[in-house]
Design a protein around this ligand. Structure first.
Ligand SMILES: C/C(=C\Cc1cc(O)c2ccccc2c1O)CCC[C@H](C)CCC[C@H](C)CCCC(C)C
Ligand SMILES: C[S@@+](CC[C@H](N)C(=O)[O-])C[C@H]1O[C@@H](n2cnc3c(N)ncnc32)[C@H](O)[C@@H]1O
Length: 258
């Protein structure tokens, strides 16, 4: 997919007072929902810019690790603007089904717009659902695979979200959980901090979104390490869970099998 850097305006983004003396905490689910609604117009383009397009490689890896195959019925949790849902759609094909859930209306609108703009026939197999990852509106054992990309870190009750994904997966199926790596290596976390402080946030401030991207840093620090993610998966019932560091250790992917 070609990298586009023609950034749309962020008309929907709230203006920030010039002097930002206090970084607003983004503590509760409502704050996070509002944050992702605000960044929706520029989210995809800024991801391409900040990661030099590499996030698309990491997302393909996450989808591949989910074990998705043609004809499957699969779930993408915290789907946002649909990157992983579109990749899943291509894997399951027209005989399969992708259910993509998010609680941000703005992100889902972007996803649905992308779906109608793109000509791939298989994309008709995607259904967008507004819902909460901590209360998935699906029956037990509904899905052959699940993905959650850059979502679990943003969920307040991560254990509940993991329990919900366990519940809706069929026995023997996998969830692939892609996110930033809360590294135990001080070098990795220093590189992450430096990139966010000196590249990501200054550029985001040009879109009056400095606070939103500053949140990245605190959210990574409050996230779980790979070992802690493996342990959490085991505690909710997954019988095997393996964490892989990717992107030179800046990102990580947990693969858990029910
Ligand atoms: C796709 C990526 C991040 C998605 C994302 C997740 C969040 O939780 C956010 C929260 C608040 C605002 C935005 C996001 C958000 O975009 C990963 C790539 C995009 C990152 C913003 C890139 C940050 C720089 C990395 C630390 C290092 C990039 C290395 C690259 C090889 C140059
Ligand atoms: C960083 S975006 C990731 C989007 C997409 N998966 C990707 O990889 O680009 C995080 C998404 O998680 C959603 N999200 C966060 N908490 C959620 C929750 N409790 N329930 C549903 N969606 C949630 C946000 O609205 C946002 O769209």
């Amino acid at each position: 997919m070609a990298l586009q850097f023609a950034f749309p305006s962020t008309a929907g983004a709230r203006r920030r007072p010039e002097s930002r003396s206090i970084i607003r905490p983004v503590r509760c689910a409502d704050d996070r929902q509002a944050l992702f609604n605000r960044i929706a117009p520029v989210y995809d383009n800024l991801n391409d810019l900040f990661s030099l397009g590499m996030h698309r490689v990491w997302k393909r890896m996450a989808v591949s690790w989910s074990g998705v195959k043609e004809g499957d019925t699969v779930l993408d949790v915290c789907c946002g603007s649909g990157d992983l849902a579109f990749l899943l759609s291509e894997k399951v094909g027209i005989s399969g089904k992708v259910i993509a859930l998010d609680f941000s209306k703005e992100q889902l609108q972007i996803a649905a717009a992308r779906q109608s703009e793109q000509s791939k026939a298989c994309y008709k197999n995607i259904e967008w659902i507004e819902g909460d990852a901590v209360n998935l509106p699906f029956s037990r054992s509904s899905f052959d695979a699940a993905t959650i990309g850059y979502g679990l870190r943003n969920i307040v009750d991560r254990r509940k979200a993991m329990e919900e994904m366990y519940k809706v997966l069929k026995p023997g199926s996998k969830v692939s959980i892609l996110d930033f790596n809360k590294s135990t290596s001080s070098l990795n976390s220093s590189v992450q901090d430096w990139m966010i402080d000196y590249i990501v946030v200054p550029i985001a401030s040009g879109y009056t979104l400095a606070d939103e991207y500053q949140y990245l840093k605190s959210s990574i620090k409050e996230y779980l390490t790979g070992k802690e993610l493996e342990q959490l998966a085991g505690e909710v019932g997954f019988y095997v869970a393996k964490f892989y560091e990717i992107g030179a250790g800046l990102m990580g992917n947990l693969v858990a099998t029910r």
